[in-house]
Structure formats: structure tokens, C-alpha cells
Design a protein around this ligand. Structure first.
Ligand SMILES: [Zn+2]
Length: 89
């Protein structure tokens, strides 16, 4: 996955790390779809934590499954941050 973290991305064409933007600052590659994907991931993460906060575990699992389809490694990082990894697997 190209995502390096939630605030930085690595350009798939030239490898430069930069803040999220629609066009790579070095090689001008279009990064808009990746940026949109990153936003969708952040939205899913917020929905997941909100569902957990209100005790809606069934909905939280659905959001976790969507995140897993996008990026299983990132989902593991999120679950580790939430200290839920053992519970989900
Ligand atoms: Zn680039």
C-alpha cells in the first residue's frame, strides 16, 4: 500500500514522501484517487471507533471488515492502537 501514515503519503511513481495532495510535488503524478482512498479509510476508522464507543460491536465489525478489504495491514495497526487485535482475530 502506498499510504505511509494518515498525514503523509509516498508517491508510487517517484517515491517522494509528502503531505497528502492531489498531485505529486516532484513528478506531478495524479494522487487524487489515493488521497480519496486515504480519506475513506480515515472515515471508516472514525466510524469504527464511534461504533465501539457506543457499544455497537456488530457495526464496528462491519467497518473493520471494510477496512480489511482496503488494507489489512492498516487495519491491524488501527486495531493495535485500539488494543483490540486479539479480540478481532
Ligand atoms: Zn512523484
Amino acid at each position: 500500500m502506498i499510504l505511509t501514515n494518515r498525514t503523509q503519503c509516498r508517491c508510487p511513481s517517484c517515491g517522494v514522501e509528502q503531505t497528502w495532495q492531489d498531485v505529486c510535488r516532484r513528478c506531478r503524478t495524479d494522487l487524487s484517487e489515493l488521497r480519496q482512498l486515504n480519506e475513506n479509510i480515515q472515515l471508516l476508522e472514525r466510524k469504527l471507533t464511534d461504533a465501539l464507543d457506543v457499544g455497537n460491536y456488530r457495526q464496528a465489525v462491519r467497518y473493520a471488515q471494510k477496512l480489511k478489504q482496503i488494507d489489512p495491514v492498516l487495519l491491524n495497526e488501527i486495531l493495535q492502537q485500539l488494543r483490540l487485535l486479539r479480540d478481532f482475530q
